[in-house]
Design a protein. Structure first.
Length: 185
């Protein structure tokens, strides 16, 4: 088995283009968490010509709403949510400069097309492992929409966050490959 690819944010087009469907990755640096309502607000901001709460160029959005942080920890359980709920918003965010999203489950053709057009990638994290994944999060700070509680936009500092390339910039999709009974790499 190949070693995981080590990636540091912000991501470049070259780094993203080199990833292949099925590659295991370990992500370090700053990423941002956001869910459904935060995505809706970000798209509304873009439509009004306003800036996003963070510079999207080269960034990663993790589809996650954490549980409360236990004492001494920056965040509680931090497992991925179903990515399909963000499919209506993701193409516009990739166009704005986002290079990767992290979640669970398959993506729509519109998202896969945006990945090809904007050199993006979709990473899958393990559902049900939120307590373990939270150990990779070293800092967490709400930076936008605090009224959304766990769904607010957070700036996260991660170290060696594990994920798998589910959809790559060349258009390959691990879910479709698995459905055909093929190997991804």
């Amino acid at each position: 088995m190949k070693k995981p690819r080590v990636l540091t944010t912000p991501l470049t087009d070259e780094a993203v283009a080199s990833l292949r469907c099925g590659d295991r990755v370990r992500l370090s640096g700053v990423i941002y968490s956001a869910r459904d309502t935060a995505h809706k607000r970000m798209i509304e901001s873009l439509e009004r010509g306003e800036e996003l709460p963070f510079d999207p160029r080269g960034q990663v959005i993790y589809y996650m709403g954490p549980s409360p942080a236990p004492e001494g920890r920056p965040i509680g359980a931090a497992g991925p949510t179903t990515s399909g709920r963000m499919d209506a918003y993701a193409p516009r965010l990739y166009e704005a400069g986002i290079k990767a999203t992290i979640g669970k489950g398959p993506r729509s053709e519109a998202v896969r097309s945006a990945l090809r057009r904007h050199t993006g990638v979709y990473l899958a994290a393990i559902g049900g492992a939120g307590a373990l994944l939270s150990r990779c999060i070293k800092e967490a700070e709400v930076i936008a929409y605090p009224d959304l509680g766990p769904e607010a936009v957070r700036r996260l500092v991660v170290e060696r966050f594990p994920a798998v390339v589910a959809c790559d910039a060349a258009g390959r999709d691990i879910y479709e490959i698995a459905a055909r009974g093929e190997r991804s790499s």
